[in-house]
Write a protein that binds this ligand. Structure first.
Ligand SMILES: [Zn+2]
Ligand SMILES: [Zn+2]
Length: 281
């Protein structure tokens, strides 16, 4: 058999201090959940937060979290899903889906509402009103249930921050796949919002992201894969998975001028605090 064109990257050196992948999509990755978790645990990624982006996938995320103690779930209508629903079925369709998300979000293994937020990269003018309405509804839901809020912010920093301030952010708010510069990092720090960095912080052209990371307090830092997307360098173009967290964490430690163990200790504690679970030994 010929070698696959895009083989899975090799296992990185295990972390000595175990951490969580704060944001992954196991439902979009090859292989079984059990294998993905075992591979991750073998390099010190002992916890993962599985994100469900529409009603069906949110149900799946809740099931997987119920079946695996190392998995926690987050559920929401993705910022690109909300306008799609409204476009197809009108505002009632969005409301009906939000009601389903609310039921799932109330489950004990679901620790967060997300990913929600704004995506001006993929959504045109016409979808923005419903996208913003959905974002506001998810903020309210997280507060009503006392859960964390996971934010997806793509080319929409100002409106994300404005709406969070208008609605009042939940006590625990995470900017997933942080994509701002040092200014947004300082705004997050002022409010105590967590910044979760993904593999793109390792990309050559990502100096603004590394500047943001430099400006962020270690007490608010998380790491994630957002797998199967955003595979860290030097493995770009190959499939991403939770076991690659150590690659990104090591690059972050270098930027922060912290030892790998120090940063991992912060990240492990921060992720547990952000999502409200007991850190695993
Ligand atoms: Zn996202
Ligand atoms: Zn995601």
């Amino acid at each position: 058999m010929p070698a696959p064109a895009h083989p899975a990257p090799p296992l990185p050196e295990p972390l000595r201090v175990p951490v969580a992948d704060s944001h992954t999509h196991l439902d979009m990755q090859d292989g079984t959940v059990g294998d993905a978790l075992a591979k991750a645990a073998s390099v010190g990624v002992t916890t993962v937060v599985q994100i469900g982006c529409d009603v069906e996938r949110a149900g799946w995320a809740a099931e997987v979290a119920a079946a695996h103690p190392s998995v926690h779930a987050a559920v929401a209508l993705h910022p690109n899903e909300a306008p799609r629903l409204a476009e197809e079925g009108g505002p009632q369709a969005l409301d009906a889906a939000l009601a389903e998300i609310e039921k799932l979000a109330a489950l004990p293994q679901v620790l967060a509402v997300g990913e929600t937020g704004l995506d001006y990269f993929r959504t045109g003018e016409a979808g923005i009103a419903e996208q913003q309405r959905s974002f506001r509804a998810h903020i309210a839901l997280a507060k009503r249930l006392g859960k964390a809020l996971v934010i997806h912010d793509r080319e929409a920093h100002d409106d994300v921050v404005r709406i969070l301030r208008e609605e009042g952010a939940p006590e625990r708010t995470v900017f997933h796949c942080f994509s701002g510069g040092p200014d947004l990092a300082r705004t997050c720090a002022e409010h105590g919002w967590f910044l979760s960095f993904a593999g793109n912080v390792t990309f050559k052209n990502a100096q603004p992201l590394r500047d943001a990371l430099s400006a962020a307090p270690p007490e608010l830092l998380l790491v994630e894969t957002d797998a199967p997307f955003l595979t860290p360098a030097p493995y770009r173009g190959r499939p991403n998975a939770p076991y690659l967290v150590p690659v990104t964490l090591r690059a972050m430690a270098e930027v922060k001028d912290l030892s790998e163990d120090e940063l991992a200790g912060h990240v492990a504690a921060n992720t547990a605090r952000a999502f409200g679970y007991e850190p695993r030994p």
